[in-house]
Ligand binder design. Sequence first.
Ligand code: DGJ
Length: 326
Amino acid sequence: MLRRIVIAAVAVCALGTVHIQAQKNEFFRPKEVWNDTEGNPINAHGGGILYHKGTYYWYGEYKVGKTVLPSDATWERYRTDVTGVSCYSSKDLLNWKFEGVALKAIPDDPNSDIHPTQVLERPKVVYNKKTKKFVMWMHIDSPDYSKAEAGVAIADSPTGPFKYLDGFRPNGTMSRDQTVFVDDDGTAYQFSSPEEKYVRRFVGMAREAPAVFKHGNKYYMLSSGCTGWDPNSAELAVADSIMGEWTVLGDPCTGPDAEKTFYGQSTFVIPVQGKKNAFIACFDMWKKKDLQDSRYIWLPMMIDKQTNKITIPWHAEWNLDVFKKK
Ligand code: DGJ
């Protein structure tokens, strides 16, 4: 009997040390389930990437639980409760370690902007060199999307914890889908409306899901049309100065379902570190009736050496070697 107990104990100890290694990702496979280093699906929607001291950090909407259509909804505003903003870290952009929920929802305060009943979308984080703080900007809204504010949270570390400060309408104007871009001189710009100085662009046009990047001396903005969670055509615009004039270049996507952005919606453009002219266009493929299972479509941007024309061709499977071939 004693022997059996000893054997059982040894077996338990041995099991305790068994470490199930999640498979290493070798390729980007748009639309497929993308697992983190622990083997769980990455849950970071409407996300943004920060590169800081040799590591990429991916922040996104942590969508957990059932998707519902509120009974008073007059349009397809499917939702999950707000749980917070997740953070993942990576050195190679393919394998992401879950760092936890960097900004947590506040369930105890029904008046909080980030109470589970509210809307928190499209978080983007920038580093403020002067204050040494990590600053998260996000779309804050009421469940019917009438509040239309930008929310701000800060942290001392890229992985958080972030402390939510407040939400407001920058320059008194509505702010919904938003992104933040830091220029080479360290100045940060919020799209759709920044502090102090602001300009209205794309007046009379309905665009959302902005993703801004700089290539050469020009600023580019990728965006989508406004059709709720449903896909539409992407559009690229260019400007010599960040405050405009912006010129619409057209739809950069090519290949099957390009006119529907491959069933995705833009959220961010990543400049690949250590590579010249290498950018990744990141899209969400929303699953409106099961938002938690929404997928990611990351595709390389192709920049023609002679003409500088930017295209985003479909690839079912690819890795960063694609940039060597250009
Ligand atoms: C499209 C936006 O881009 C998303 O972030 C989200 O706000 C949905 N609309 C809601 O329908």
